[in-house]
Design a protein around this ligand. Sequence first.
Ligand code: GN1
Ligand code: MG
Length: 362
Amino acid sequence: MKHIAEQFAITTEIGEIRPLKIGHINDSFIIDSKNPEDTSYFLQKINHNIFKDVAGLQRNIQLVTDHLRKKLRERGETDLDRKVLRLIPTKDGQLFYKDDNGEYWRIYINLRNTHSYDIITPGLAEKAGEAFGDFQCMLSDIDTDQLIETIPDFHNMEFRLQQFREAVQADIAGRVAETQWMIDEIEKRAEEMCTPQRMCREGLLPKRINHCDTKVNNMLFDEQGNVTCIVDLDTVMPGLVLSDFGDFMRTAANTGAEDDPNLDNVEVNLDIFQAYTKGYLRKATFLSPVELEWLPFGAKLLSYMQTVRFLTDYLNGDTYYKIASPKHNWQRSKAQFKLLQSQEKHFEEMKQIVHTCAQKQA
Ligand code: GN1
Ligand code: MG
């Protein structure tokens, strides 16, 4: 591992390298410095089965982080390496290193004295809303042709359903019988859940630069509860804003866990929903009336999309997400579906919250 770290233009003396248990896709490590006062680093092995164009992925991240830094500098902000991720190039100036086994690695500066949360308070949710709204705003003037889609059709519901139906057809792991009731529930909602994709084709919903992984734990807070930095930029790409709004709600406005084994724990948390919406709409001043109207649907859509994606992976024999137990993807899918049902039950309230917050901003 030290050999990997040594390929990069690290300025401090390398100490311990520790694995971190975060994310379902990449493998992450902290590189401590020998002197605890010195900069430490965040090392990742990029999952290149999923991110097939690693060079393009890294160029995206460089472009986005440069753009964010420029925007913050123009606002007179300082200490930018704490507010925007900083990629460390290899000693020969590359944005990633490919080792002899064909594995891809990258390094960022590690952001010390920051915290991420899986469970959040309304106060923090409001700050998170502002931060993600501001993030979309700052990136809104990037020429989208400069970014690649690091995972093509990533949040395209029609495409995700197509993958799901192929998995059901193939039934490679023999799990269709066990999950048939969920397959039926998914099909029942399929048409409705593809509405935003159709509206996008018809020019009613625009594509903007999104984060596309606005999980609550992809935001770092400082000791005072202020957002310092938005992380996990692998999927920054053009998409529908309701998607980013929805993914935060899916992960934060849930009284249970993403993979909660006890479905009774899982319900939509309307206090968090309201607080985030308030913060988000304060900053996301660029939204069209149609985008605003469709924001609450985004919460349902992303819970549905994860129900489908986790189940698809279960049917395929668990080849995409890391799992911690044999039925983990099935458990995740059921927990996401329970959240969707709760969101369906409270949909009118969610719509009312967005409407009221939007009026206060107007
Ligand atoms: C994956 O690795 P992580 O946890 O940041 C996934 C997201 C899913 C999420 C579900 C590239 O994100 O799309 O929403 O798991 N990332 C990719 O928790 O597929
Ligand atoms: Mg991610």
